[in-house]
Write a protein that binds this ligand. Structure first.
Ligand code: KG4
Ligand code: ZN
Length: 341
């Protein structure tokens, strides 16, 4: 089954083609440079850039895959949640291609794309599983019973963890995106150098909070006489450790609920951009392995936004005989447990 997928929900324009579980092409254009001077993603600039980049990326994608559009079985696009202008562009492209070629059209929830990316490729992951979805815009623990069977257990009440990595990097003038550079510098620092808070461990059930941690980092930075490489590395290491411990604690809380309902489930998936963090993944792996669970993550290249995950979620939907109508409207807000099949 050959599927073309388009992802345009934030600042990456991405196009992919898969044939069953095989990735034929994975094209990504990152708009990072365009948004750099504004210190965040500017929706209007993002939308215009998607319009400019998509034709070329589509052409390159078919070239890389070595197939023509007539050989496709279906066309998919992210239908939300995300920046509405961008989502609208990807969706409209996908709908037009599907209508023109008389192929099936599938609108995919971006979060579902991240969630199912852990099945790629040749993964041993099995339903039911517990999901920690941690990215630049989201932080949730989700009980995944089967395809479309999502129950959100906890959500962030303020910032997302990727966003806090980005903000800490900005405070330290390390550039954007913050995650990879903070992780790299953290490996040279002392994680006990600063005692940053782990907000909401005692309250909030499975819900997360990261804004107090970010403020604590800002206060420590302001207190320093000078910020040399050692202080920078120590702040990165101590901050990353705090995030890892928040995850540990909140995933353990979510696991208590998961075990009650699905005692047979043995997998915990970490997906989304922050799943690219090897330190956090290793720490979660060690702890949960001792309790008899496997930590499963997508391959590194599929942790951050891409269209392969959208194609793969579409493949699952196609296999279950499930498509979207061409009248599907883009959704800026689309919680995982409001997906209907
Ligand atoms: O999933 P994603 O590409 O986009 C959203 O859907 O939000 O996630 C991007 C986020 C950014 O905030 C980035 O700093 C973070 O993921 N990220 C990381 C790492 N790599 C990317 N955070 C921590 N450690 C990393 N290695
Ligand atoms: Zn994402």
């Amino acid at each position: 089954m050959k599927i073309l997928a388009i992802e345009t929900s934030c600042d990456e324009t991405a196009v992919a083609i898969i044939d069953g579980e095989q990735i034929l092409s994975n094209q990504i254009y990152s708009q990072i440079e365009l948004h750099k001077e504004y210190g965040g993603v500017v929706p209007e600039i993002a939308a215009r850039s998607h319009v400019e980049s998509l034709p070329k990326l589509l052409e390159q994608s078919f070239e890389e895959a070595g197939i023509t559009s007539h050989q496709l079985d279906a066309v998919a696009a992210t239908g939300g949640p995300g920046l509405i202008g961008g989502v609208m562009i990807g969706l409209t492209y996908a709908k037009s291609i599907a209508a023109m070629l008389d192929k099936k059209f599938i609108a995919i929830n971006h979060l579902e794309g991240h969630a199912l990316s852990a099945f790629m490729p040749e993964s041993k992951l099995k339903y039911p599983f517990l999901l920690l979805l941690a990215s630049g815009g989201h932080c949730q623990t989700v009980m995944v019973k089967n395809l479309g069977g999502y129950k959100v257990l906890g959500n962030t009440l303020d910032d997302a963890p990727g966003e806090s990595f980005d903000k800490v990097a900005r405070m330290l003038n390390l550039g954007y995106p913050g995650g990879p550079i903070v992780e790299k510098l953290a490996s040279q620092g002392n994680k006990r150098a600063f005692d940053f808070p782990r907000p909401m461990l005692k309250q909030g059930g499975c819900n997360f909070s990261f804004s107090g941690l970010k403020t604590a980092v800002r206060n420590i930075i302001l207190k320093q006489d000078s910020i040399d490489d050692t202080v920078t590395a120590n702040i990165c290491a101590s901050f990353q450790e705090a995030v890892a411990e928040i995850f540990l604690f909140k995933v353990s809380k979510a696991l208590e609920i998961f075990i009650d309902i699905h005692p047979e489930g043995k997998d915990i998936v970490i997906a989304g951009g922050v799943a690219a963090n090897q330190y956090i993944k290793a720490k979660l792996s060690r702890t949960f392995k001792e309790k008899g669970y496997n930590i499963v993550s997508p391959p590194l290249a599929l942790c951050t936004d891409n269209a392969v995950m959208i194609a793969y979620a579409a493949l699952q939907r196609l296999k279950s005989g499930n498509f979207s109508d061409l009248s599907f409207s883009p959704l800026s807000r689309w919680p995982l447990d409001e997906i209907k099949y």
